[in-house]
Design a protein around this ligand. Structure first.
Ligand code: NAP
Length: 304
């Protein structure tokens, strides 16, 4: 099964390529700029013709949440118009499309984890453009799967864990927001779930339903996530810092973050038999992976 994945350097794209390696019957092909530029949605037609895949996973997106507040047109082109064109062309080609979406489609006011049937109410350009992308895919290709995930971290690209480790290297004290909660998700866990869904489609010729949440187990604030990352880092000889919990009002951002965007992934587990790992375990493993080689090299250098 040939699975075309958009994005080359993206966290999810790279994790998908890595996880598919050595798996029988699944070949992941990454495609990105300049061959495919989502600012020019028409560029997808040639890519689809060239690779002739059995499935498309759209893992590419404009993910710079704050920057998008000033460039809504570009955000909608990449996050909504491009998926719309992909849905139209995959339907014509007779293949399924998986669209990766976000917890930012919700306003964050729920007192419990969000389920798939909860009403979206995005508060940011990013959230609105991604919701519009979901709707376009649903309308454009009946053989679709929308997967909402959240707080993605990995050894690739830019993410919160890497930002915290870098900040701890530069400063002794850090301030981290403690009143926003979500579901931290390791990109490889997400990739594994998507590959399980791809195999399901191959075996059954379709998906059980069109929309699922798939995120790491457990709820964390940014403060708790930073604390866990730096404790793990300290335990393997990496950088650490004192962390002070602060409120969102002390850390104003252009795009308002949802106060609670925890996602409930029970439906995905029920239908596909797969659940992502606990965030604190995957974060500890990730930090060890990021920090240990560097810490060991430093120890070797400092030995007489
Ligand atoms: N990161 C999160 O915390 C998070 C949370 C919830 C949902 N999501 C969703 O999960 C998916 C994967 O996220 P991620 O963390 O892997 O994102 P990421 O690391 O920021 O990667 C984004 C990818 O999109 C590609 N891209 C951006 N603009 C493009 C354009 N104009 N043309 C072609 N490619 C373009 C990038 O291309 P290059 O390879 O050229 O850099 C990159 O591969 C996205 O749909 C995102 O909305 C992410």
């Amino acid at each position: 099964m040939r699975v075309l994945v958009t994005g080359t350097a993206g966290q999810l794209a790279r994790a998908l390529a890595e996880r598919a390696q050595g798996q029988a019957n699944v070949e992941v092909i990454l495609v990105g700029r300049p061959e495919l530029d989502l600012e020019n949605p028409a560029s997808f037609a040639q890519v689809l013709r060239h690779y002739s895949p059995d499935m498309l996973i759209n893992a590419a997106a404009h993910t710079a949440v704050d920057a998008q507040e000033g460039e809504a047109e570009r955000a909608f082109r990449i996050n909504a118009e491009a998926p719309a064109e992909m849905a139209r062309l995959t339907r014509l080609a007779g293949i399924p499309m998986v669209q990766v979406s976000t917890d930012y489609v919700f306003d964050g006011t729920s007192a419990r984890p969000y389920v798939e049937t909860d009403r979206p109410n995005p508060q940011t350009v990013y959230g609105r453009s991604k919701l519009s992308g979901e709707e376009a895919v649903r309308a454009g290709n009946p053989d679709h799967l929308v997967i909402r995930t959240a707080w993605v971290v990995s050894r690739y690209g830019r993410n919160f864990i890497k930002t915290m480790l870098n900040a701890a290297q530069a400063r002794e004290r850090l301030q981290v927001v403690a009143d926003q909660f979500g579901s931290p998700t390791e990109a490889h866990d997400l990739a594994d779930g998507l590959l399980v869904a791809a195999r399901f489609w191959r075996n059954h010729g379709g998906f059980p339903q069109g929309r699922y949440h798939l995120a790491g187990q457990g709820r964390a604030s940014w403060y708790e996530l930073a604390a866990q990352a730096l404790a793990s880092s300290r335990s393997v000889g990496g950088p650490s810092a004192l962390i002070e919990p602060i409120g969102s009002d002390q850390w104003p951002t252009k795009a308002v973050r949802p106060a609670n965007s925890e996602l409930n992934s029970d439906a995905f587990e029920r239908d596909f038999g797969y659940r992502a790992g606990n965030w604190w375990q995957t974060v500890s493993a990730l930090v060890a992976e990021l920090v240990e080689p560097e810490a060991k090299a430093k120890n070797r250098q400092s030995r007489p």
